[in-house]
Design a protein around this ligand. Structure first.
Ligand SMILES: C[S@@+](CC[C@H](N)C(=O)[O-])C[C@H]1O[C@@H](n2cnc3c(N)ncnc32)[C@H](O)[C@@H]1O
Length: 208
């Protein structure tokens, strides 16, 4: 599968109204169960150096970072100001639609780790966003992209809705390949309770 060859229709959504409308109402809920959240937290524990300046992209009121690690800086970017303001882990936050503007409002090499949790399926130009994430990370920094098998169906891109969990892993890996400058691209099934509860999949990589 070559993402560059995917037609534009692959990134269309059932709801093409501005994302700011859909995310106007704060959703102070969790989108995966506690065991799946613990799997995300464990990945961050393994991948993010304790000294990392962390970018939580497509953030809300929870970042799932390990509570015992006081990262020096955690910046959130998401769609809803009330969710972001309620997030106790964020030292700074910004509201921006990455589907309206994929340029991140940060200087080069401003961060040492990035997490994107249960959100990659909402990006209409994920390759441009991941290229931007590469720009704002220092060389060698980890990215951890996690997802489960649920989504807001009207806002997920068409290609996501047509693929299996295993092909979601391959799709996200291809996004990183197409973005360039990503090494050690690794596909993981970290589902905590196989066959029970929410599954949890991850693609990890390092900024070249
Ligand atoms: C299912 S929630 C996940 C939130 C959080 N990462 C978590 O793990 O609970 C999807 C998130 O994607 C963000 N999001 C959706 N569309 C976006 C866009 N166009 N630009 C930036 N963020 C977006 C929303 O703000 C929302 O917080």
């Amino acid at each position: 599968m070559n993402v560059q060859t995917l037609p534009a229709e692959a990134f269309r959504r059932y709801d093409e109204t501005p994302d700011s409308d859909f995310y106007q109402i704060p959703r102070l809920v969790t989108h995966i169960d506690d065991s799946a959240i613990a799997a995300v937290t464990q990945l961050y524990r393994e991948q993010f150096p304790p000294t990392a300046r962390v970018l939580d992209l497509m953030s809300s009121w929870v970042s799932h970072l390990p509570s015992e690690i006081p990262y020096p800086k955690v910046v959130g970017l998401g769609m809803n100001a009330r969710e972001l303001a309620a997030n106790p882990r964020l030292s700074e936050w910004v509201v921006q639609s990455l589907n309206a503007n994929s340029t991140l409002p940060f200087p080069d090499a401003a961060f040492d780790a990035c997490g994107i949790c249960v959100s990659i399926q909402y990006l209409t130009d994920p390759v441009s966003v991941l290229r931007e994430v590469g720009r704002v990370l220092t060389p060698g920094s980890p990215i951890v992209i996690t997802f489960s098998n649920r989504c807001f169906p009207t806002k997920a891109v068409a290609v996501w809705q047509q693929l299996s969990d295993q092909n979601h892993l391959k799709l996200v890996a291809h996004y990183l390949h197409e973005a360039g400058e990503w090494d050690e691209i690794t596909l993981l099934d970290r589902s905590p309770r196989q066959g029970k509860g929410d599954p949890l999949f991850a693609v990890t990589a390092r900024r070249a």
